[in-house]
Design a protein around this ligand. Structure first.
Ligand code: RNT
Ligand code: ZN
Length: 418
């Protein structure tokens, strides 16, 4: 018996004392897909032009060497990350990650053929694709897109959105699993605007224009992402939490909650049950804001644990899609994916290992003392042994063993990128 297995057997007994079946928790975790965001691999620059810069109120800081310079490198890097992750992943693309060939393709002219390389690769990797409209880092995304007062600008972005949906539907049809398309717009401004209402009306009209075409839900699902503020847009964001909630609910769309898009002490965990009473499905962007929406790499924290506990306790794993959204350019970018994905999965596992029935019984009986004692004691159970066993059963490195592989890849591949 290996050491990991021995430790697991002991851990299993410890959890059994609380009525928790660790094998069942592992099996449930195995089926939960996490959508790996391609944009961690190149600091959200994309492949439209080698001179691309990031704008739109978000920022990747750091200049760690070795970022992917083209789609082939990015796919190789993501493939490496996948090989170090247990469970199932999807790949999350932005429209700016197209492969246009030798021609310039405007965002209002993109087609599924520009993503053929990705679709092929996803098939080979047996991962499904998700998609995002890219309504930032563009001369026509100067403060406002759908909520612009300029009709031409609005129409440009509506056309972009429509095309993104068709691309997503094509991906969904080919992978036989709905492509989740996320709609996030930068629209907002630095100083308080006079007319918030008109901007939001325009935003809603623009979104309606984008989603007007009926596409089969087995191919494509739309989700709209709210936000509190962006850099240079501190005073107003058209797509606020209330706006997006109302929009998603009234249009039968999904709602995206990004962990970094609320006041620093406001947690999205509490929003899961509230939203799911009125909205069918949610998309969660796991991220980590430090003082602001800084998009640090996700690590285990109360925030992520509470979020996953809420999803599990609400029996909502099938109503929630989980995607990563962070971009750290100051550390090895493949390690960033691995750390962030594994942290998200660990929080899921922690939630699945909870003796929810026991805690609920205490709650119903009015025994808040027992509920609190259990809540705290769980943190000391041998969670790490269950996680390592899960990695072993998935044939991926347990513990920190993945890091040496990332270091080897850095030496052999990344260091050659200048
Ligand atoms: C921005 C949103 C959005 C982006 C990505 C690149 O604040 O979180 O989801 O991070 O789409
Ligand atoms: Zn996000």
């Amino acid at each position: 018996m290996t050491d990991n297995l021995k430790t697991y057997e002991l851990a299993k007994e410890r959890y059994a004392e609380y009525g928790v079946d660790t094998d069942a928790a592992i099996n449930r975790l195995r089926d939960i897909e996490i959508s790996l965001h391609c944009w961690q691999g190149d600091d959200v620059l994309g492949f439209e032009s080698p001179d691309a810069t990031l704008s739109g109120g978000i920022m990747a800081t750091g200049n760690y060497p070795g970022k992917a310079r083209n789609a082939e490198e990015l796919r190789a890097d993501m493939t490496k990350a996948f090989s170090l992750l247990p469970g199932k992943q999807r790949a999350n693309l932005h429209a700016i990650y197209l492969e246009p060939g030798d021609v310039m393709v405007g965002r209002d002219a993109i087609e599924a053929k520009h993503f053929e390389g990705w679709i092929q690769w996803a098939g080979e990797q047996n991962v499904k694709l998700d998609f995002n409209t890219s309504m930032f880092s563009h001369p026509l995304a100067d403060g406002y897109t759908l909520a612009s007062y300029d009709k031409g600008i609005r129409e440009f972005w509506i056309e972009h959105g429509r095309r993104c949906r068709r691309i997503g539907a094509e991906m969904g049809a080919r992978q036989k699993s709905p492509c989740i398309i996320n709609h996030w717009m930068i629209d907002g401004c630095k100083e308080p605007p006079v007319d918030r209402m008109r901007r939001r009306e325009l935003f809603a009209e623009g979104m309606d224009g984008i989603i007007a075409e009926k596409l089969p839900p087995e191919q494509l699902r739309d989700s709209i992402e709210s936000k509190l503020f962006g850099i240079g847009m501190e005073s107003f964001t058209a797509g606020s939490a209330e706006f997006c909630f109302g929009y998603a609910m009234s249009r039968g769309a999904m709602l995206t909650y990004d962990m970094g898009h609320f006041h620093p002490t406001e947690s999205i965990a509490d929003k899961v049950s509230s939203s799911l009473l009125f909205i069918d499905k949610l998309l969660l962007h796991t991220s980590r804001g430090v003082r602001w929406d800084s998009d640090h790499v996700v690590v285990r924290s109360d925030d992520v644990d509470l979020l996953m506990q809420e999803v599990v306790r609400a029996k909502a794993l099938d109503r929630v899609y989980i995607a990563l959204d962070f971009f750290d350019a100051s550390i090895n970018r493949i390690a960033a994916w691995v750390i962030g994905t594994r942290a998200t999965q660990k929080s899921l596992l922690f939630a699945l290992l909870e003796p929810t029935d026991k805690m609920l019984a205490a709650e119903v009986a009015g025994d808040a003392t027992l509920r609190l004692a259990l809540t705290d004691e769980l943190k000391s159970l041998p969670f790490g042994a269950v996680w390592n066993h899960y990695c072993d059963t998935e044939n991926v490195p347990a513990g920190m063993d993945w890091l040496s592989e990332v270091r080897r890849y850095e030496k052999e591949v990344l260091s050659g990128r200048k």
